[in-house]
Every structure is written in structure tokens, then in C-alpha cells.
Write a protein that binds this ligand. Structure first.
Ligand SMILES: Cc1cc2nc3c(=O)[nH]c(=O)nc-3n(C[C@H](O)[C@H](O)[C@H](O)COP(=O)(O)OP(=O)(O)OC[C@H]3O[C@@H](n4cnc5c(N)ncnc54)[C@H](O)[C@@H]3O)c2cc1C
Length: 435
């Protein structure tokens, strides 16, 4: 299959982060039989955060990653962290969780967003961290009111936010396209692959064991827990956390259809000489909250424009072909942008989107936790839920997770909807949105 992953999720197209991240650790596949307290399957941010926080709680854990750490969405995303639930508005979040749990989740996301720079400093992660904030921009007063409601709820839960009106917005986006926005201050940009590798090193320093090139190929209950098989070994554990994201290779087959698997494209340009300041004067990345594709842009520390965009049909496009329609729209909003910024990288990954776009946490059998699906803004959510799952495993109190565990059910038409979306609807939306 053209451009399907070597490991599990993603493509063979080289990413900007493959080129710029800190060196990968030497692969350490699992050989032989191991025993631990908690086995974790999946070396993205969900699994890594769980392993790191278990190590802080002095609980032994062993993480299995099929390919390399950060191979999935976690090491190949845009690298923006924001203490918000992406596409879920304040009333929808309150209705889904109840007001108290929604408030507690917002508090947790605020704490996780603040923890990111602290972790990077504490463990000397060389991850190009830029705590510059992230702007949610609105092109209509109605949208500004909508996003302000969620921002105010986040502020009440401890996030630092600023609502920006029409007078202030041009200091952030050099265009008359937007009427205002919300600036999340405990937010920013980082090199996501370096951050994954840094978090893996922090977990190992705390006592966690991590084995990459070690896909979990089978899982079965045993008398006092679980047994997981890999091609060259096995792990016995009291509890298991499956955090395989959008990968179709979860060893727990029912988890494979629990949500949708949506393809997202990424593009990165050559560095802009002015680091994009003629476009984003304050250096703060922005997302257009009126646009279906979360249109926007941000410049990394080297001055490259790095952005997630809607994918097309081609499995192997050149970076310029991938970026072309997005850039056409970008230049309508920012006519001062150069005609050709020199697109250097284009790649794909998949995001797990649960029904209702609310993260799914399930325990289909005692001691087997499945965590997946952030529908965007997964960096902060993965840190938060990894921490909560570790806390719950340390205390044996599932209430500590902070949201209700839900039954593991197949999302309706999971395979068909994902295939239709990736092959037809997203390319069609790309043609319409980037007109
Ligand atoms: C293109 C793109 C851009 C994004 N941009 C942002 C952003 O800017 N900010 C933000 O907050 N969020 C962003 N997201 C969302 C975010 O990246 C994800 O929500 C988050 O990384 C999911 O983390 P995860 O650990 O759950 O899954 P993943 O990172 O996908 O990790 C799952 C891991 O499990 C491994 N695995 C699978 N099967 C097995 C098996 N059988 N055995 C062992 N290991 C296995 C995989 O190899 C993979 O490494 C973006 C997503 C995409 C796709």
C-alpha cells in the first residue's frame, strides 16, 4: 500500500521534525519475558505521559512501542499546545460531562499546559519550545462570542487568556480579515518529536522501561492480570493501558473501531527571512475558528511556516503540490505573503476522532484501560489524561480519571466513514475550503 506506515500510523514521507529533532535513542526491542505492574501499549504522548506519571508515583511500568517513540500523531503534529478541548464549545463540554467535571477537566488542562514548559526545563528537553501563546481568531462577532465563552470558562479554571477586540487583533494578524480573537497565554509551539523523546527519557530516568520496535501482537487475561505478546518476548502485568491512538493495530480488536481515523496533512516552508513578522507581527500562531479546516499558520523558531491542512487524494504529493490550495487561501487573507515560500516538507498522519469528539476512556475488562481520541489539541489532553490514568492506577480509584469511563462500542460505520472521509470528503472539502 503506497505510503502506508512502516510501523503503524503515518506515512513514509519525511517530516520536518525527523530532520530537526534531537537524536533518537538506540532502539531497545523487548527480548524475552518481562514482568511489571503496568504495561503500556503505544509510545505516543498518551502512553508516554502515563509512563512518566507512573514513574513519579513509583509504580513500575513497561511501555511497548511498535515502531519508534513518537511515530504516530504525537511526533509528527504541528506542535502547538493549548489548554482547550479543540472543537468542543463551553455548553457542549458542560452538557457532555456535567458542569463540575467540565470545570475539573479545564483545571487539569490548564495545569498540563503550564507543566509543558516546566517539564522541558526540568529535563533539559531540547525541543525548540516557544511559550508564545496561541491565538484563536474569529472573523465574525458571533464566533468571537462563542469562543470567548469557552475561554472565560477556561480562565475561571485557571488558564490565562486575553480576549482581543477589533482594535487589538491587527497586532497579531496583519490582515483585516478578523474581528477579534482569544489569546491563550499558557500555550505555544514546540518540536513535537523532540518533546516525545524528552518525555520518554524523563520516564526512563524515573524507572519506567521503554521498548520500541516491539509491537504488541496479542493480549490475554491471566490469573492475576494480563499477558502481552510481542514478536520476541512477552510482558506480564497487573494492569494494561492501551494508547495506540489512530493506529489500526491495537491488540484489542474492539478498540480498532471505537472511533474514526482521520487523515491530516502537514506542510512546512523554508525559513522566512522576517520569521513571518509581516504576517504575524507578535509571533503568535493562529487558528481561524470560522474555518472548517482550522485554517491558520504559525512560524517555528527557525522562521518556517508549519501548519496542518486538509489532505488531497495523492498519497505521495510534493510539498508544493500539497500546500498549493492552502497557500492560495492564505494569500487571500494575507496578500503580503510571498507567492512561493519554498515548501520543503509535506507529510501525513492520522488523528483518532471518537464519536462526539470527546476523548474515549474505556475499561472493557478489569485492569485493561483503553485511552484514545482527542480530535485535536491532543498534546495537552494526552499529558492530562496520562497523568489521571496513572493516578487512577496508583490509587485503584477510577474516579481519579475525572471523566466517566464509557462502554467500548464500535463507532457507527467506523471503517466506512473513515475511508469515505479520507478518500473523498476531506479531499472534497480541501477543494471547497481552499477556493
Ligand atoms: C497532522 C496532525 C497535526 C496535529 N496537530 C496538533 C497540534 O498542533 N496540537 C495538538 O495538541 N494536537 C495536535 N494533533 C493531535 C495530537 O497529535 C494527537 O491527538 C496526539 O498526539 C495523540 O497521541 P496518542 O499518544 O494518543 O497517539 P499517537 O501519537 O498516534 O501514538 C500511538 C502510538 O501507538 C503505537 N502503536 C500502535 N499500535 C501498536 C501496537 N500494537 N503495539 C505497540 N505500539 C503500537 C503507534 O506506533 C504510535 O506511536 C495533531 C494530529 C495530527 C494527525
Amino acid at each position: 500500500m503506497a505510503n502506508e506506515p512502516i510501523g503503524t500510523c503515518g506515512s513514509k514521507l519525511p517530516t520536518l521534525w525527523d530532520r530537526t529533532a534531537t537524536s533518537p535513542p538506540r532502539p531497545v526491542p523487548l527480548e524475552g519475558d518481562a514482568t511489571t505492574d503496568v504495561a503500556i501499549i503505544g509510545g505516543g504522548l498518551s502512553g508516554l505521559s502515563t509512563a512518566y506519571h507512573l514513574s513519579r508515583a513509583n509504580l513500575p511500568s513497561l511501555l511497548l512501542e511498535a515502531g519508534a517513540i513518537g511515530d504516530g500523531a504525537s511526533g509528527a503534529n504541528t506542535g502547538w499546545w493549548v489548554p482547550s478541548m479543540a472543537l468542543i464549545d463551553a455548553p457542549a463540554l458542560d452538557a457532555a460531562l456535567g458542569v463540575d467535571r467540565a470545570r475539573s477537566l479545564r483545571r487539569g488542562l490548564a495545569a498540563s499546559a503550564r507543566a509543558i514548559p516546566q517539564l522541558a526545563r526540568q529535563y533539559r528537553m531540547d525541543c525548540d519550545l516557544s511559550p508564545c501563546g496561541v491565538l484563536y481568531a474569529a472573523s465574525t462577532a458571533k464566533t468571537l462570542a462563542r469562543i470567548s465563552r469557552e475561554a472565560e470558562a477556561s480562565a475561571a479554571a485557571g488558564s490565562t487568556i486575553r480576549i482581543i477586540d477589533r482594535n487589538g487583533i491587527s497586532g497579531h494578524v496583519a490582515t483585516d480579515h478578523y474581528v477579534g480573537g482569544v489569546l491563550y497565554a499558557d500555550a505555544g509551539m514546540l518540536n513535537p518529536l523532540s518533546f516525545c523523546r524528552g518525555l520518554a527519557a524523563a520516564a526512563v530516568a524515573g524507572g519506567a522501561r521503554i521498548h520500541d520496535a516491539s509491537p504488541a501482537v496479542g493480549i490475554a487475561p491471566e490469573r492475576d492480570g494480563w499477558r502481552i505478546d510481542t514478536p520476541r518476548g512477552s510482558v506480564r502485568a497487573r494492569a494494561v493501558v492501551i494508547a495506540t491512538g489512530a493506529s489500526p493495530l491495537s491488540p484489542w480488536t474492539a478498540a480498532r473501531k471505537a472511533g474514526y481515523r482521520l487523515k491530516i496533512a502537514m506542510v512546512a516552508s523554508a525559513p522566512f527571512a522576517d520569521h513571518g513578522r509581516s504576517i504575524l507581527p507578535a509571533g503568535v500562531p493562529f487558528t481561524d475558528m470560522d474555518s472548517f479546516d482550522t485554517f491558520g499558520g504559525g512560524f517555528d523558531r527557525a522562521g518556517r511556516l508549519v501548519m496542518s491542512i486538509l489532505p488531497g487524494i495523492s498519497a505521495n504529493p510534493s510539498p508544493s503540490d500539497l500546500a498549493r490550495p492552502y497557500w492560495r487561501k492564505f494569500r487571500q487573507v494575507f496578500p503580503q505573503a510571498p507567492a512561493d515560500p519554498g515548501w520543503e516538507f509535506g507529510w501525513f498522519r492520522h488523528e483518532a476522532v471518537p464519536p462526539g469528539r470527546m476523548v474515549g476512556i474505556h475499561e472493557p475488562e478489569p485492569g485493561l484501560l483503553i485511552l484514545h481520541g482527542y480530535a485535536g489539541n491532543g498534546i495537552t489532553q494526552a499529558l492530562h489524561f496520562g497523568e489521571r490514568i496513572a493516578r487512577s492506577l496508583a490509587t485503584e480509584d477510577r474516579e481519579a480519571i475525572g471523566i466517566a469511563l464509557t462502554p467500548l462500542r464500535p463507532a457507527s460505520g467506523a471503517d466506512l466513514v473513515s475511508t469515505l472521509a479520507n478518500r473523498l470528503l476531506l479531499p472534497l472539502a480541501r477543494a471547497l475550503v481552499y477556493r
